[in-house]
Ligand binder design. Structure first.
Ligand code: B12
Length: 312
């Protein structure tokens, strides 16, 4: 049984609720962990999980917690006949689900929390993943699938704009906190900027947090940077690399990249990042990273090359 039993944190992530919510359900409504091994923290068994899943679903549908807990406690124990228990993968919160493809239980929990507009659970899940797995794995395995799922649902239904906004805000805050926790001490040699009129900043915020984690100094200009301002920033700070993010075709004018290449303090490397750019329109000398990990390693390499050339 011990192998199947889960900690409060693991249960919270699976259900997409905050650990504090689990604690409240335990203390007020008696829906706590029933497994107790002397000398260990109490753990949640598969049967506890089934009851909590009922609690989560009913409260999300507007049933009062006391009433939901009564139903949850009365639920037959589906594990008593030896059959394995699974959390229902597509619980309906607020009328629908966010598809997360093959991403794991944490992404499904995050998607559920997002559908419920449960900012505390969203933030807690992201913060836990960043601390446990680091920025690149959290972005690729947790955040990207949920963001892409929100985009997919929005494209199909025109809904979920409130979910998209809340999720974006929570992601930004968590990535900023991760960046602040590890501010690199060296000079800021990498300049991060969105293309003119580009409001999709999250991938660049993920890159900032990943660079901070890798100890690579950067400056972040953020959303909607007019080309003249970008060139001005390059001339004033002389970065080794500039990463220019474009999420959509509408903001991917290659003239912005040409302007960087023609700047008096031309950077060693110009990266055209994001799905907006079209490979066949990029000026010669511009590099297109395919994902966050590649953008981090290219930035780190060019920073190191600059160090080396200054020493030689
Ligand atoms: C969050 C979001 C917003 C937020 C952004 C908040 C913020 N601070 O960033 C807000 C609400 C502001 C927003 C606004 C808009 N959005 Co929007 N948005 C999204 C959403 C849901 C996630 C964006 C994101 O972060 N993507 C990151 C990952 C998830 O994207 P990805 O494509 O999987 O990533 C690929 C590559 O980029 C690469 N990659 C991933 N991460 C990284 C990191 C690095 C460093 C690198 C190098 C590569 C890399 O790998 C992936 C595979 O190729 C997307 C859905 C989506 N699928 O992206 C829509 C989406 C991008 N938005 C869309 C639209 C239409 C808009 C608006 C025009 C809506 C409107 N009518 O106002 C505006 C645009 C405003 C503007 N001028 O920029 C469309 C774009 C359609 C298109 N192809 O043109 C999308 C695809 C949604 C949809 N399906 O309709 N949006």
């Amino acid at each position: 049984m011990v192998d199947e039993a889960l900690s409060a944190g693991a249960v919270a992530r699976r259900l997409g609720v905050a650990v504090t919510t689990l604690r409240t359900w335990h203390q007020r409504y008696g829906l706590g962990p029933s497994e107790h091994i002397p000398g260990h923290h109490r753990r949640y068994t598969p049967s506890d999980l089934v009851r909590l899943e009922i609690m989560r679903r009913l409260t999300a549908e507007g049933v009062s917690p006391a009433e939901a807990a009564r139903w949850a406690r009365q639920a037959p124990d589906p594990t008593s006949n030896g059959t394995a228990t699974r959390i229902h993968p597509t619980g309906r919160d607020g009328g629908g689900t966010i598809p997360v493809g093959r991403a794991g239980p944490a992404a499904r929990g995050l998607a559920r929390a997002a559908m419920r507009l449960d900012a505390a659970a969203i933030s807690e899940t992201i913060a836990h993943a960043l601390a446990a797995d680091g920025v690149v794995a959290t972005w690729d395995g947790l955040l990207r699938p949920v963001l892409a799922g929100i985009g997919e649902r929005h494209a199909a239904t025109s809904g979920l704009i409130e979910v998209e906004h809340l999720m974006s805000r929570c992601v930004s805050e968590a990535l900023a906190a991760a960046s602040w926790a590890k501010v690199p001490t060296g000079p800021a040699r990498i300049l991060l900027s969105c293309a003119d009129e580009e409001q999709h900043t999250l991938p660049l915020e993920a890159l900032a947090a990943a660079l901070a984690e890798a100890g690579v100094g950067y400056r972040m200009l953020g959303a909607r940077v007019p080309v003249a301002a970008l060139v001005e920033a390059v001339n004033r700070t002389g970065p080794a690399a500039v990463v220019l993010w474009s999420q959509t075709r509408a903001t991917a004018d290659p003239a912005q990249l040409s302007a960087l290449l023609a700047a008096p303090r031309r950077p060693l490397l110009v990266l055209a990042a994001g799905p907006g750019w079209r490979a066949d329109t990029l000026p010669a000398g511009v590099v297109r990273p395919v994902d966050l990990a590649e953008a981090v390693s290219l930035s780190a390499a060019v920073r190191d090359a600059l160090h080396q050339s200054r020493r030689d």
